[in-house]
Design a protein around this ligand. Structure first.
Ligand code: PLP
Length: 347
């Protein structure tokens, strides 16, 4: 089974924790490396020059990790597909290095929150490796889809990553909370967080037989999250989980074709997995009003986003029991409310 085959996976509670841990480990690694090469410098001097990067589409938890880690985080602009490309990051890194700063960390996203966009890690990875920047991959939502071979090309370039995280609790039928983090070199994490007071010493410590996950995370105690993952895997099997993902992607495609067939609406981002970004052709205000009506009706719950300055509605399929008839009903409901709204608009 997946999690038995890869023993050094840390089961955390959230993707936010994983990002924070990777950033703190990267910070510690960079400081140690720079102190070793230039003993005249100080930890505080290095810290004041460190710069981290992430996409302008990244989840707010990434920016928050930098806030907690007390480092500057710069947002890299994205292309027309809302993906970070190598030349965009390279330009910022070069500018910062010329200004005497020290780039040390890049958080790529596979499956951004606003539109489920994918940063081009195949291009970005070699740059990060060359510049000694830790590359963390936040695949909180989309990571579950990689259980299907047809989505794995989106993972091309993963070999350059220092850490990777996804939330089985988002889309792999595991109950909240469960976030799985993989680290290329576990000594990077352990080196950053290891504390060994007398009251936590134990006989197996030096034998290498026990993986002491307390050194990998912020809390000392741990929940037994692998047990519930194991039960889900036993219940559904790989085929069952693949069928679940494929069905939901197909439902998203079904919704996308309904939107595309209606000239009053537009699709606002590529539909790759279970998220459809769409809007009424017209002003942001019009779409805000549509969302208000949808929310007020209490039939559907949509969370909006801003894409290229436009207010966009997000139709996310994630409930295990969603069927085609729900998609049809939802669309019927949205078009009915849109019809009423458009009727009221001054012509
Ligand atoms: N990263 C991405 C891409 C997300 O979509 C989300 C939540 O939606 C998060 C991080 C935060 O996840 P968590 O609640 O597990 O910290």
């Amino acid at each position: 089974m997946l999690f038995q085959a890869i023993p050094f996976i840390l089961r955390l509670g959230t993707a936010s924790e994983a990002t924070l841990i990777s950033l703190l480990a990267a910070r510690c690694k960079a400081i140690r490396r720079l102190l070793a090469t230039d003993p005249k410098t100080s930890e505080s001097e290095i810290l004041s020059k460190l710069v981290a990067y992430t996409s302008d589409q990244a989840h707010s938890s990434v920016e928050r990790a930098a806030l907690i880690g007390a480092v500057v985080m710069r947002k890299v602009p994205t292309d027309e597909h809302y993906s970070v490309r190598e030349e965009m990051l390279r330009k910022m890194v070069e500018e910062d290095k010329a200004a005497g700063l020290i780039p040390f960390y890049f958080c790529a996203t596979l499956g951004t929150t606003p539109s489920c966009a994918f940063d081009r890690i195949m291009e970005l990875g070699p740059l990060c490796n060359k510049e000694n920047m830790w590359m963390h991959i936040d695949a909180a939502y989309a990571g579950s889809a990689f259980i299907c071979p047809e989505f794995r090309p989106l993972l091309n370039g993963i070999e350059y990553a220092d850490s990777f995280n996804f939330n089985p609790h988002k889309w792999l039928l595991v109950n909240f909370d469960c976030s799985a983090m993989w680290v290329k070199k576990r000594t990077d994490i352990i080196g950053a967080f290891k504390m060994e007071p007398l009251y936590l010493k134990h006989e197996n410590q030096e034998s290498g037989l026990v993986t002491d996950y307390r050194h990998w995370q912020i809390p000392l105690g741990r929940r037994f999250r692998s047990l519930k993952i194991w039960f889900v895997f036993r219940m559904y099997g790989v085929k069952g989980l693949q069928a679940h993902i494929r069905k939901q992607v197909a439902l998203a495609k079904e919704f996308e074709s309904l939107v595309k067939a209606d000239k009053r609406f537009e699709i606002c981002a590529d539909v790759v997995l279970g998220l459809v970004c769409f809007r009424l052709k017209g002003s942001n205000e019009l779409n805000q009003n549509l969302l208000k009506r949808i929310t007020k009706s209490r039939e559907l719950h949509l969370v909006p986003c801003q894409l290229s300055g436009r207010f966009v509605l997000r139709f996310a399929i994630c409930a295990r029991t969603t069927e085609s008839r729900h998609i049809q009903q939802a669309w019927c409901h949205i078009t009915q409310l849109s019809f009423e709204l458009l009727q009221e608009q001054p012509h």
